[in-house]
Design a protein around this ligand. Structure first.
Ligand SMILES: [Zn+2]
Length: 114
């Protein structure tokens, strides 16, 4: 198991590249659900120098912040747990991980140790 912190700085570092990989082939006059065109949003994205500015440009934090796999919230930091020999991974916010860890308080350490 590999356990580490995943931050919004790390997610934001690849946001511009991922955005352009997704939307560069989309027609520039195609509209998003809020009515703005691809060209308009891409212009704002290219000017965004912070995660907050990028999130404001696209209308959500999904491109710039980690997402908790349990609650779907997008905090600045999550714990990422990865399997060593596969691509399986899950991200957890502090609230969800804390709630899960409380379950161990009702059993002995011996019962909880492999
Ligand atoms: Zn959560």
């Amino acid at each position: 198991m590999i356990c580490r912190l995943l931050t919004s700085d790390e997610v934001f570092a690849t946001a511009h590249r991922r955005w352009h990989e997704t939307y560069d082939t989309r027609p520039s006059d195609a509209r998003f659900s809020d009515g703005r065109t691809t060209e308009e949003v891409c212009a704002l994205v290219d000017k965004a120098l912070t995660a907050e500015a990028f999130a404001k440009a696209v209308g959500n934090k999904s491109w710039t912040h980690p997402s908790c796999d349990m609650c779907g919230q997008t905090p600045r930091v999550v714990v990422q747990i990865k399997h060593e020999w596969s691509d399986k991974q899950q991200d957890f916010c502090k609230a969800c991980l804390s709630q899960a860890l409380k379950l161990f308080s009702v059993i002995s350490d011996a019962d909880a140790t492999p």
